[in-house]
Design a protein around this ligand. Structure first.
Ligand SMILES: [Mg+2]
Length: 381
């Protein structure tokens, strides 16, 4: 079997751009992958076009070797754009190999550890009693892990984000949520790296012990030492890693105990090939994967196969709106959400079909909100 084409699609799907890759072969078998470097899709498309030049004519079964070649056959190694492109191609190659062998992708990863995939959901109501009601509804339907919606995160405030105002309000409502739902609820918050070390420490100290089961990315991740410093100031478990673009970025976080849930993003970290290495490494430190799953049906399918195959797993992120209203026009076959879990598909490959003719809405320029403080200075999205 030989690769005959590698087609990048940076297209508008529904309400956002998606960066998809189709890899075709001379046997008529093809695979789909998705890249997770949201907001910079055209950069990834350019890298896929570079890789296409040497992937044509190559054997897709040798996916591990092709990963090495894509990562190492250049002087300037690593980086999010490169591994986002490698991720999409690696996922597509696994789709091809699964179809060729007639097995679902999880069989290529060691087989299933679980039959269904537990999820964590995110509330959508603003902070207030409705948010607690929404969490209560999650629990009633068997989703006991959830993240609370953020307060004043800059999306409803014309890009204004003031950390201290957000922290005070968040702490108040998180305390009320814990009081209302008790210890059976698993409660987290994603601060989307909008705080600094001192702010995060104060935020955690505003709440009694076990208000939170995890805090996701309160600060930026460039400096592991900053998380080590933060670790000394709070005992709330950290959920870190969705931006990480290789096992090397996970290295200090796993080895120094500064991620407690590994937020692996299969569409950024380097596909199945790299995710399985991170998973094994995390397993040796008794850290569960809590995969990031913010994109489209290909990302979800890949995340479900990964989640099925690893022993050390907590919950897969679910976007309830997307899970309950799947886009069956563009993706007529996809992994389906069954009330409170994802089903693990048994079809060969990923179990996703894409109607290529419907990928016809061109890329639209979109940038994340550029957040600012009240004094006019720039802060993190
Ligand atoms: Mg996050």
């Amino acid at each position: 079997m030989k690769i005959t084409d590698v087609k990048p699609y940076a297209v508008w799907v529904g309400h956002r751009n998606q960066m998809l890759v189709k890899v075709e072969t001379d046997e008529g078998i093809y695979g789909w992958g998705e890249s997770g470097f949201s907001g910079r899709e055209l950069g990834v498309k350019g890298i896929v076009e570079h890789y296409r030049e040497f992937l044509l004519g190559r054997d897709p079964m040798r996916r591990g070797a092709l990963w090495q070649e894509m990562y190492r056959s250049q002087y300037f190694e690593g980086g999010r754009t490169l591994t986002a492109a490698i991720s999409a191609i690696d996922i597509a190659l696994h789709d091809i190999v699964g179809k060729k062998l007639g097995v679902p992708v999880y069989e290529l990863l060691g087989g299933k550890n679980r039959d269904t995939i537990p999820v964590f959901a995110t509330t959508s109501a603003p902070y207030g009693p409705e948010m607690i009601d929404e969490a209560r509804e999650f629990m009633a339907r068997g989703i006991t892990a959830f993240r609370m919606s953020y307060d004043k995160m800059g999306t409803d405030t014309d890009g204004l984000f003031e950390p201290r105002e957000s922290m005070a309000n968040s702490a108040e409502w998180l305390i009320k949520t814990r009081e209302a739902l008790g210890n059976h609820a698993i409660i987290g918050i994603d601060y989307h790296h909008r705080l600094n070390v001192a702010e995060t420490a104060s935020f955690c100290q505003m709440m009694p012990p076990h208000t939170l089961d995890f805090i996701e990315e309160p600060i930026r991740d460039e400096t592991p030492e900053a998380y080590e410093s933060l670790r000394k100031l709070t005992d709330v478990p950290f959920a870190i890693g969705e931006e990480f673009a290789s096992k090397w970025q996970f290295l200090p976080y796993i080895e120094r105990g500064i991620t407690n849930y590994a937020r692996v993003d299969i569409c950024n970290v380097g596909g199945f090939t790299e995710s399985m290495k991170v998973a094994g490494w995390a397993e040796s430190h008794y850290i569960d994967l809590m995969p990031h799953n913010p994109l489209g049906p290909i990302c979800t399918a890949a995340s479900v196969h990964l989640s099925a195959a690893v022993p050390n797993f907590s919950w897969l992120e679910v976007n309830m709106e997307r899970a309950e209203n799947p886009d069956l026009e563009i993706f007529p076959e996809q992994v389906l959400f069954e009330g409170n879990v994802y089903a693990v598909p048994d079809k060969p490959g990923l179990g996703v079909e894409v109607d290529e003719s419907k990928l016809n809405v061109p890329f639209k320029f979109w940038d994340p909100p550029h957040l600012h403080r009240r004094d006019g200075s720039v802060t993190n999205w």
